[in-house]
Design a protein around this ligand. Structure first.
Ligand code: ZN
Length: 460
């Protein structure tokens, strides 16, 4: 229904040439853009016809069917928020309820429980997308492992597992609640050469592995990471330790998975433009921002028929890379920057100093041996107090001093601490491995007790 290109891409994905990680040269960038725009218009009209609740909302915003003629109409459609999705999941459904045979539930620390329904076709499409993504990496072997949430109701895990099979690889699912040694044994026993996991769990695997174990000797080629942001310093250290390439991926529970991923060049993430329409907005005003400018990622799903989402505010902070020439990897898809964190995790400390979550990440993870951290901000009369707890591998000399030095090298921490004096850094607490992270694929890193915000939703 969307022309021959989509079929061509699907065919390419299944062909042997896909294992070389290249698309045929004859697919131009503009064609992908046009296909994406055509799918967007088709999807908006589909939702208009099939979701009475959405139609009413659009009517209230002054939109009529006749207005849905080009992609430009999107900016007149109201956003979908996490709260609305949690409260009225039925209002997004576009098919008869007996067609919805897969369910995904996700909840945040704020208590928002969201339910996503998928048709059999939606689910199969996600599986194919996952398989296509995994096939992009050459000479990857046939075995993959996952160390994510081992929960039979966690549909994203099912999609990833089926996607591994779709890519022609043997997949294992191993929950993060299991001891690190079990995972290392699994890697050795089945000669696993690719991991799909979270940065938190990769840290645990690395720093809780028995002393003297050569992790490079395990033969891992690729490590796909999602769930929460991680730094280039982390990438460099882990790649040296494991002798593998770390590949960043971006997804969300609401969009199921595989919104964007790095290619082998590891230089920003290719957006799956044929399945997702991405906008970046100013989170305060809702204004669409130009390419290159950081803001909130807003997603419209282009392929899901059961419960499509329009202008869903993900709460993630990133930007779109200006369209230029095709990436040297050959993939004709535009790129987005790496996610900097959650909008909710941005802190304003002292007299209006913005502290981005990735600034704290870079400072803390620049110290070897740090597995994860938690930063709590409290109000003490007139001052903000920052309490940092780090999970580290054993006692390390000068760890507190090193952390303090790195934190104070961040301008938005140093200025209010040392110049204005309206922010206090409390003594840093060091806890044993697993204290913050055991049994979870990701920790809650930022807790703002001044606002009651602690957000552990995020990227997959
Ligand atoms: Zn590329």
């Amino acid at each position: 229904m969307f022309g021959s290109l989509y079929v061509a891409i699907e065919r390419w994905a299944r062909s042997s040439t896909s294992r070389q990680g290249k698309l045929p040269d004859h697919i131009p960038l503009w064609y992908i853009r046009q296909l994406s725009r055509a799918k967007l218009v088709w999807m908006l009209r589909y939702i208009y016809h099939n979701s009475p609740a959405q139609r009413d909302i659009w009517h209230a915003a002054g939109l009529k069917l006749g207005d849905i003629r080009s992609a430009d109409v999107l900016q007149h459609i109201p956003f979908t928020t996490a709260a609305e999705l949690a409260e009225h999941p039925d209002s997004y459904i576009c098919v008869a309820h007996d067609k919805l045979i897969h369910i995904l539930t996700t909840s945040s620390a704020k208590g928002l429980k969201k339910t996503i329904y998928l048709t059999a076709g939606d689910f199969d499409h996600q599986v194919r997308t996952m398989g296509t993504h995994l096939r992009r990496f050459p000479e990857a072997g046939r075995v993959a492992a996952m160390f994510l949430v081992h929960d039979p109701t966690w549909s994203v895990g099912t999609v990833i597992r089926r996607g591994i099979a779709e890519a022609g690889m043997l997949g294992f699912l191993s929950g993060v609640h299991r001891p690190v040694q079990d995972h290392l044994d699994l890697i050795k026993e089945y000669r696993i050469n690719r991991l799909i996991t979270s940065p938190t769990h990769l840290s645990r695997l690395t720093f809780e592995a028995p002393a003297g174990l050569d992790l490079k000797g395990l033969g891992i080629r690729y490590i796909h990471l999602g769930t929460q942001p991680w730094t280039e310093e982390f990438r460099s250290r882990m790649e040296q330790t494991w002798g593998a390439k770390l590949i960043d991926g971006y997804g969300s529970n609401e969009c199921v998975c595989a919104i964007a991923s790095e290619c082998l060049l590891q230089n920003n993430l290719h957006v799956s433009e044929v399945d997702f329409w991405m906008e970046i907005i100013d989170p305060a005003t809702g204004r669409v921002l130009p390419d290159g400018q950081d803001g909130e990622v807003v997603i419209t799903t282009l392929s899901r028929l059961g419960m499509p989402l329009v202008r869903y505010r993900t709460g993630d902070l990133s930007h779109l890379i200006p369209r230029k020439a095709r990436c040297p990897c050959g993939l004709p898809l535009r790129k987005m920057g790496r996610v900097r964190g959650r909008i909710d995790d941005m802190l304003i400390i002292g007299a209006g100093h913005n502290l981005y979550p990735d600034e704290v990440d870079r400072a803390v993870f620049s110290i070897p041996g740090i597995i994860d951290y938690q930063l709590v901000v409290e109000k003490d009369t007139f001052k903000d107090v920052m309490l940092l707890t780090v999970e580290a591998n054993g006692a390390q000399d000068n760890l507190r001093a090193s952390l303090l030095k790195e934190l104070l090298a961040v301008e938005s921490i140093n200025t209010p601490c040392n110049l204005s004096g309206n922010v206090v850094l409390a003594p840093i607490e060091i806890v044993a491995p697993g204290t913050l992270t055991r049994g979870r694929p990701k920790s809650i890193r930022i807790i703002d007790k001044r606002t009651g915000n602690s957000n552990q939703e995020a990227i997959l």
